[in-house]
Design a protein around this ligand. Structure first.
Ligand code: CBF
Length: 833
């Protein structure tokens, strides 16, 4: 027996380890120790940022301890694990979340106060971990919170981008992009694992080796880049479980070419290093849009290859006696967050066939039983496909495997529908164009045992449109719906502490944070005048907080008593921020034409926008310019008596969302029907008692079902009408709604700056045949806005609606979504520490 395992030694280890329970004094000691030793500072030069770092390190100590215990228990229990592969994790800030999930916020808050700091100042120092574009990345972050809270043995795998999503500044009304140097300062929320390094290969060639009557393939040569692991602990709420997101960073195998250096080729001596490090340098800033860059494909393979290798090591280590490979899917479930990680399917098949020497069919059975695929969009421009020549060059063995898989798959299709060439071509993993392309969604479907959409309508649409042929071939059971969810811990408890407190006080417990359906009981208080008064007061204080933020960052005063009308999300034509600003112009002109008496009837309104446009998305960037141009006219027009303000909050991100969401009275989710797969900000707003104005699209539909007709403003055409409307636009001139026409004329007359600037935007409605159907929905949009205004005038009824919204949001917890995935797709059970 090793001497370090003797009972007295174990006891000593336990005595000396970081204390599990932590009170104010223990925290303060830990804080000061970190200031002195980790940061090499003292009482004389510790500023707010150092105080943040010291607090973060004190929290991190506890997280690591829980992380270790969690990994240990999961290893001992040896139960099926789920691996969530996501190219994006939009985590935002970690300190506040960790303090709340660990139940340390009060003790630490008191502790820092006595040491001379304010907790809010400390929390404000943290930079967002913005390793994602929007909904998809934030969904992954919410799911990790739920996986930890529900104690599932789960890991996330992603990429540690050196630069996250760009920072947005508004210059002369236009979006300007700046790099996001989030790693410039120390990042206490990651643990570099310099010992966990995986070699990832690109290029080279494939040898075909015949051994007796079997043939095997060997992938040799090429360039090797190393993947280094960084672990990000994710604590569950109210449990000891703390799970892991492993992010990969690229580095060269060889730092420096001494030969080249000695030969005087100084630039080339470090070239390999620079090239390798560049691989994980940037997050591609496109949302719902495919970018066909070779580097992106390299990023994808780099990440899935390192992750699979890592899982492999884990799986092997845990299985003392090597089990039968067929049991692999009983031990491992891999969820593909969109098509970005689809190469993992091919990589696993390659490992099993080429390295483990399993038969092709046996290997494929294992692969398909292991993977499941979530689709997040039906937009054609977002569908990933890679040119076969590019893939052949980068991944010569994988392209062979893809062609073989396709051949065997199409043989089955041929048997199913003999002679139907079109059907075969439509289902094929390879698009027969010049050059040929690999269709990643097809590969993901063929290689997975389950495919799911992210809201009821979206799951129905994928079955009826983009994946229709697959449904015919496989039958409907392979396709499921898993409506998205959000974590109530971050999106209510953390972002809206006052509302959280009021809810807990009213319900008499905090259990709702782990079972959101318990909010339903709030309905009983809807007629309680005092409760309503407090509810309204909380909303008001959140609006004051947002007004303060707007003053700080934009130097504009807004009236917190006005109706706060919010649309914050990525700027995209299908999300129709354009329609919103056109509506604002209509409203502005309307107010201008009113007599003073009539004006008294108008509800003062602050229209708030926020969101980033992909740097290459010209039309989306013009929408930002138009919003800012309208804002600069409206905001200084004293004739309208402060009845309207237009605000574009720059650099919208998770932390900014945490201030905006609790402050909204009404938020807009107004995508063309059938285009927004789900949306998740709609859920965040409603959970915080904000009403929504929305189209019959994505999760709006299910929110409507839950909260009822009286508490939501829906408008616009339905998804099933879209095709006909577009057809009509194509063959006839677009008929403009008269109000829309007037607004367009106004822009064209130069009321909001040089008209020619906005011509390309207006052209999308006319020459562009109004693909997103603004002209068709504009009338009903204005009508719905009128209803919002009327309803807001009745404070009592509005408060009731607001309470009923929150009370009926139980379904939209990410805990519900994760349980559904675990039960019907992964077959995993919780293991609580
Ligand atoms: O499912 C999460 C979100 O994903 C997207 O953001 C995406 O990137 N495809 C969709 O656009 C959202 O509708 C969806 O909520």
């Amino acid at each position: 027996e090793l001497s370090k395992w003797r009972p007295e030694v174990v006891e000593l280890w336990e005595k000396c380890s970081v204390p599990e329970a932590i009170d104010k004094e223990t925290f303060q000691k830990s804080f000061i120790r970190h200031v002195n030793t980790t940061l090499a500072r003292s009482i004389y030069n510790v500023d707010n940022f150092s105080a943040y770092q010291a607090t973060a390190h004190a929290v991190r100590d506890r997280l690591i301890q829980r992380w270790n215990e969690t990994q240990q228990i999961h290893t001992e229990r040896d139960q099926k694990r789920v691996y969530y592969l996501s190219l994006e994790f939009l985590l935002g800030r970690s300190l506040d979340n960790a303090l709340l999930n660990l139940g340390l916020k009060d003790a630490f808050g008191e502790g820092v106060k006595e040491l001379g700091f304010k907790m809010e100042d400390i929390l404000g120092q943290e930079v967002d971990a913005a390793l994602g574009n929007g909904g998809l990345g934030r969904l992954a972050a919410c799911y990790m919170d739920s996986l930890a809270t529900l104690c599932y043995p789960a890991w996330g795998y992603g990429v540690r981008y050196t630069y996250g999503i760009f920072q947005q500044k508004i210059v002369d009304g236009y979006q300007d992009e700046f790099p996001d140097y989030w790693l410039n300062f120390d990042n206490p929320w990651e643990l570099p694992r310099v010992d966990i390094v995986v070699d990832v290969k690109f290029g080279g060639h494939v040898n075909k080796i015949t051994e007796g009557d079997t043939v095997r393939h060997e992938w040799v040569g090429g360039e090797t880049v190393q993947a280094v692991a960084y672990d990000v602990p994710i604590p569950g709420y109210g449990v000891k479980n703390c799970i892991n997101i492993r992010l990969w960073s690229s580095k060269p195998r060889r730092k420096f070419d001494l030969g080249k250096f000695n030969a005087g080729e100084y630039d080339q001596a470090v070239q390999e290093q620079m090239k390798a490090e560049f691989l994980t340098a940037v997050l591609y800033p496109n949302d719902n849009h495919m970018v066909g860059k070779e580097l992106r494909l390299k990023q994808q393979y780099f990440w899935v290859a390192a992750s699979l290798y890592d899982m492999w090591v884990e799986v092997r280590r845990f299985k003392k006696s090597q089990r039968d490979w067929n049991e692999f899917p009983d031990q491992v479930a891999i969820q593909l967050n969109d098509t970005h990680p689809t190469l993992a399917i091919v990589e696993l098949q390659r490992i099993l066939v080429d390295e483990e020497r399993l038969g092709w069919d046996e290997a494929w059975e294992i692969v398909t039983n292991t993977f499941a695929f979530t689709n997040h969009t039906v937009l054609p421009e977002a569908m990933e496909k890679w040119p076969v020549p590019t893939m052949s060059q980068l991944l010569p063995r994988h392209i062979q495997i893809i062609f073989d898989l396709n051949l065997f798959f199409l043989q089955k299709v041929e048997k199913f529908a003999p002679g139907d060439r079109d059907f075969l071509a439509r289902l094929s993993i390879i698009e027969e164009s010049t050059p040929q392309y690999v269709r990643m969604a097809h590969l993901a479907i063929v290689g997975s045992h389950r495919v799911n959409g992210v809201a009821k309508l979206h799951s129905k649409l994928i079955k009826e449109t983009i994946f229709k042929d697959f449904v015919r071939f496989y039958g409907p059971d392979k396709f499921e719906n898993k409506t998205n969810g959000i974590t109530p811990r971050r999106w209510l408890h953390q972002a809206n502490p006052k509302l959280s407190e009021l809810i807990s006080e009213t319900l008499g417990h905090k259990d709702w944070l782990k079972d959101l359906s318990l909010l339903k009981k709030l309905e009983e208080s809807v007629n309680d005048k005092e409760f309503r008064r407090r509810w309204i007061a909380v909303k008001h204080s959140n609006k004051v907080r947002l007004a303060d933020y707007i003053r700080d960052v934009m130097d504009i005063d807004v009236n917190p008593n006005a109706l706060f009308d919010v649309q914050v999300k990525r700027i995209h034509e299908y999300k129709r921020q354009f329609m919103n600003i056109l509506g604002v112009i209509h409203h502005y002109n309307n107010i201008k034409s009113m007599s003073p008496e009539k004006m008294r009837n108008v509800v003062p309104r602050v229209v708030i926008f926020g969101g980033k446009a992909a740097p290459g998305y010209y039309i989306a960037k013009l929408v930002i310019k138009l919003i800012n141009s309208v804002a600069s006219v409206v905001n200084k027009d004293t004739n309208i008596q402060d009845l309207l303000k237009v605000i574009f909050i720059p650099d919208y991100n998770v932390s900014v969302a945490e201030i905006i969401v609790p402050a909204s009275d009404i938020s807009q989710h107004i995508s063309t029907a059938g285009t927004e797969a789900s949306g998740t900000s709609n859920m965040k707003f409603v959970l915080n008692g904000g009403l929504i104005l929305g189209t019959v699209d994505g999760a709006n539909i299910e929110i409507h079902e839950e909260i009822g007709d009286d508490n939501i403003f829906m408008f616009g055409h339905l998804a099933e009408q879209v095709e006909d409307l577009r057809y009509a636009h194509r063959y006839r001139d677009v008929t403009m709604d008269p109000h829309l026409n007037a607004v367009i004329k106004d822009i064209e007359s130069g009321s909001f700056g040089e008209a020619r600037i906005f011509a390309p935007l207006i052209n999308t409605l006319t020459f562009g045949k109004d693909y997103y159907l603004i002209s068709d929905d504009f009338g009903s949009y204005l009508d719905a806005q009128k209803l919002v205004e009327e309803a807001y005038k009745n404070e009592k009824d509005w408060a009731k609606k607001s309470i009923l919204c929150t009370a009926n949001m139980g379904k939209f917890s990410s805990d519900r979504a994760i349980k559904e995935y675990a039960e019907s797709i992964w077959g995993t059970v919780p293991v609580e520490v």
